[in-house]
Design a protein around this ligand. Sequence first.
Ligand SMILES: NC(=O)C1=CN([C@@H]2O[C@H](COP(=O)(O)OP(=O)(O)OC[C@H]3O[C@@H](n4cnc5c(N)ncnc54)[C@H](O)[C@@H]3O)[C@@H](O)[C@H]2O)C=CC1
Ligand SMILES: O=C(O)CCC(=O)C(=O)O
Ligand SMILES: [Mg+2]
Length: 383
Amino acid sequence: MSVARTLTFTSKRLTAAPFIRARAINLRTYATADVKKPVAKFLGQKNANGNYTVTFIEGDGIGPEISRSVKQIFAAAKAPIEWETADVTPILKDGKTTIPEEAIKSIKKNYVALKGPLATPIGKGHVSLNLTLRRTFNLFANVRPCRSVPGYKTPYDDVDTVLIRENTEGEYSGIEHEVVDGVVQSIKLITKKASERVLRFGFQYAQSINKKHIRVVHKATIMKMSDGLFVSIARDVAKDFPDVKFDTELLDNTCLKMVTDPKMYSDIVLVMPNLYGDIVSDMCAGLIGGLGLTPSANIGDECSIFEAVHGSAPDIAGQDKANPTALLLSSMMMLQHMGLNEYAEKISKAIMDTLAEGKALTGDLGGKASTTEYTNAIISKLQ
Ligand SMILES: NC(=O)C1=CN([C@@H]2O[C@H](COP(=O)(O)OP(=O)(O)OC[C@H]3O[C@@H](n4cnc5c(N)ncnc54)[C@H](O)[C@@H]3O)[C@@H](O)[C@H]2O)C=CC1
Ligand SMILES: O=C(O)CCC(=O)C(=O)O
Ligand SMILES: [Mg+2]
């Protein structure tokens, strides 16, 4: 019986039980993609103007402000990108959250999207649109690098970590139900298929960036079956990559060691289930100056979506205070993915020079500059 069919059966059983109110979930996304397939290269083609069209989801809260900054900087750098704005206002249909068909079509057509943060209501309300997008396009791996900014002083110099997070299931599967009054259950779904997919990607990625050491972060001492499966698949996959060192570490120990001496992780690519990756990536951001600085790439077989690690920052939204660097660095990962390395290098240099100079830093980095002033400082270095 296939993974998808087993899950459908389990889900039906739960729904049928009179005392359980199970939430219907879309299980199709768990049964896609050939796990051994190497990660596809960017498939987009130049448009009639000689540019690439990229879908832009501006997002909520600080989203529009940091999106404006990226657009202005790309225009100043004459990057060959035309933005196609997509609206992802959620549609609730039969208790399920979907995104507008137009947005899906745009991403499918362009193969890449840059996305601002999307807010998720706590408790009741629509399912996270971030997760919906990751599942819709089977963006199985979330790559979250975290590097110290040269010239910006923090308690640690030379932080250089790379974390790869399983991006479609685990604790974020959204399978929750009430067993009886006062007792709820949330299912951490781990499948061989999704685990093998992200782990193979992890090994390939480690080879590509010449950090030939994979460490799987887990808690299989407690979650013996779910994390246990993830670790055992990792051991099997490791046999296909004899040139990459492989080991495992318990999550709590990783957190302790990371905040004690992050340099221990400089030559390692960390791969882990969904929730651990979510938390550890915010923690790593704290080591280099905060969420204003850390980018990410959601990688799929065909489409990829680039976004900052941070959320919509409602506490500073609409005040011209947000640091656009995390979204900017995500857009640099996007340019590299598209093979536009020359533009990535040029814009990255202007960003890093502005940060190192320290004259136009935003408030999160201890400066007084507005988003607009920081953006203009970067633009002045591109001219
Ligand atoms: N991938 C995404 O789109 C994500 C969305 N979210 C959503 O964002 C909303 C807010 O979540 P929070 O827990 O408040 O996390 P958050 O990441 O939005 O903010 C946490 C703290 O970091 C600061 N911060 C974040 N980004 C910043 C930036 N670019 N410049 C300066 N300061 C920045 C905020 O001001 C806040 O103090 C929630 O609805 C959540 O669901 C959260 C994380 C990721
Ligand atoms: O979707 C959300 O609300 C939060 C997602 C998140 O924290 C993340 O992707 O890092
Ligand atoms: Mg997060």
